[in-house]
Ligand binder design. Structure first.
Ligand SMILES: [Zn+2]
Ligand SMILES: [Zn+2]
Length: 555
């Protein structure tokens, strides 16, 4: 350890947004740091990014620092924590550490994406301690809404950091163990320099209910239903899947699994023993053969995803699964902000067909996997960190968390943004640098920045369409053939009933006439003059300026 050594933290994603978590810890003198990354997550694109499948943190900085990056620690297998590995790991090729369930789900996902490169994973378990470069790492079990969630503890000669990951306190989780309070208290007693902590529910007072209370509610719902009962939940919530299976068994019903993502998780969880002592899960082919009072369906699509099983059932578009008047659908999930419209479409579709819908608004059919304020209070009490940095939240969650941490007496609470490099040690903590942090987008098979994948132009096209004009001229500057015009995504007629393509054609011919012949020999002049006049007449007729492309061939 040299006297110039520092311990720094830089989030490249997940701060100011819920999604694409990626935190970096650096150790060493400022000109030669060794890095370790915690989590490698994605975010999902909304309608403002038409055609984009996934959003990743921009890892340009990590690519430059690749030889100084000693490993990637994955806390748990939610997409916002490990979803970027498949696409971005090949750019880094550094060791990955994760638990058996996370590794199993990663392998299963890779298998379903042909052509993907295998990612070797060093499998670790809660309680494991291991050394990666200058970092002594420990995985500490926490409760959350997926198997094997962990906080990671990173020890350096300059101090110990606890990176909470996603967690809650639950004395009675359906699978796994409660958050390891004994270990966390011991860490606090030994001295914690910094806590980098989940802010998702920092605006909510009290404590979140236990997963076991949800399990009881599900038993009641199945018990009081006469027709079919269908549950939709996050595919990765194995505890909830287990509770559904227990509720079904208690009413003498079979569970039918509908949807690939759900099947994949059940297979991986089953291999690791998380679904032991339950009757077997049935495939969807069994569904039509089971009497209505003997079936519980477990479907993907709780977020209203149009291609998932539930949406297909609502649209009567599913091969084997149908629901009828008198059946019940339970959303054992929460609406992720931005998905409300899609979810309401499903709920309305079901309701119109006489199917009863139960959501977490009327009954305790879902609990969050994130800590509310009393749970945060408990963790801060155990760890008593010198520094708190709220992460995993939008601006409002981060600032509520920061205010609360100050109330709890944390000496230094830092509110930062993605890209901020914060020195944690030696104290005092302070922002010392800034790294270009941003987003990159996966669009089909291409990954790039927003201009590179063409989203701004695609938005313009979605708003106002496209006009193509093809002209064939001769070397003297005369039109050889009649112009060709193609209007895509425009109104057919103007307000006065005149076909819009006629207006465009008149403008094209008029413009050609108006250009003096010597100038018409220059294809560039013709192209630009026609483009401008077409956009102008359409703007006059329609009030919008479409994208216009003019092709000029000279023969
Ligand atoms: Zn999570
Ligand atoms: Zn998360």
């Amino acid at each position: 350890m040299s006297t110039r050594d520092e311990l720094v933290f830089v989030p490249l994603g997940g701060v100011g947004e819920i999604g694409m978590n990626l935190g970096l810890y650096g150790y060493g003198p400022p000109e030669h740091r060794t890095w370790i990354a915690v989590d490698f997550g994605v975010a999902f694109a909304g309608p403002d990014l038409p055609g984009v499948d996934l959003i990743f943190p921009d890892i340009t900085y990590l690519e430059e620092e690749r030889t100084n990056l000693v490993g990637i620690l994955i806390t748990h297998a939610h997409e916002d924590h490990f979803g970027a590995l498949i696409d971005l790991w090949p750019r880094l090729r550094v060791p990955v550490f994760a638990t058996a369930f996370t590794a199993g789900l990663l392998t299963a996902k890779l298998a379903s994406e042909p052509g993907s490169e295998l990612i070797p994973v060093n499998v670790v378990a809660a309680g494991s301690r291991f050394t990666v470069g200058p970092f002594q790492v420990e995985y500490v079990n926490v409760a959350h809404s997926i198997p094997e969630p962990n906080a990671v503890v990173i020890e350096t000669p300059l101090g110990t950091v606890v990176h909470s990951g996603d967690w809650k306190l639950d004395d009675d989780p359906v699978i796994g163990h409660p958050t390891d309070a004994v270990r966390l208290k011991a860490l606090g007693d030994a001295g914690v320099l910094a806590l980098i902590c989940d802010s998702t529910n920092a605006m909510r007072a009290g404590r979140s209910p236990s997963e076991t209370e949800v399990a009881r509610e599900l038993i009641e719902i199945v018990g009081e239903s006469a027709g079919r009962v269908a549950f939709t939940t996050f595919a990765s919530n194995v505890g909830r899947i287990r509770s559904v299976a227990v509720a079904a068994a208690s009413a003498g019903r079979e569970v039918v699994v509908v949807g690939r993502a759900m099947r994949r998780v059940i297979d991986v969880a089953g291999e690791l023993g998380y679904l032991d002592d339950l009757p077997p899960f049935r495939d969807e082919e069994t569904y039509p053969h089971l009497p209505r009072g003997k079936v519980v369906a477990l479907l993907t699509g709780s977020q209203g995803e149009p291609r998932a099983a539930l949406a297909r059932v609502v649209d009567d578009d599913h091969k084997t699964v149908a629901l009828d008047r008198g059946d019940v659908v339970v959303f054992s999930s929460r609406a992720i902000p931005g998905n409300e419209v899609a979810i309401n479409r499903i709920i309305n579709g079901l309701t119109e067909r006489g199917i009863r819908v139960i959501t977490d608004r009327e009954r305790l059919v879902h609990v969050s996997g994130h800590p509310r304020r009393e749970e945060l209070r408990q963790l801060y009490g155990w760890l008593r960190p010198a520094i708190a940095i709220p992460v995993h939240g939008e601006a409002m969650h981060l600032s509520a968390h920061a205010r609360f941490a100050r109330e709890l007496g944390v000496p230094a609470v830092l509110e930062i943004e993605n890209g901020a490099m914060v020195r944690l040690a030696p104290l005092p903590a302070a922002q010392v640098d800034e790294i270009a942090a941003g987003r990159i987008y996966k669009d089909g098979t291409i990954i790039g920045d927003i201009d590179m994948v063409g989203v701004p132009e695609r938005r313009r096209l979605a708003f106002s369409g496209h006009i193509g004009v093809a002209l064939v001229m001769n070397e003297r500057g005369d039109v050889e053939l009649d112009p060709e015009i193609v209007l895509t995504g425009l109104p057919k007629t103007e307000r006065n009933g005149r076909p819009l393509d006629e207006t465009v054609m008149t403008a094209v011919l008029g413009t050609l006439d108006s250009i003096p012949r010597p100038r018409r020999r220059d294809p560039e002049v013709v192209r630009e003059a026609v483009r401008r006049s077409v956009r102008a007449v359409v703007a006059e007729a329609w009030g919008k300026k479409p994208v216009c492309t003019v092709f000029v061939a000279v023969v």
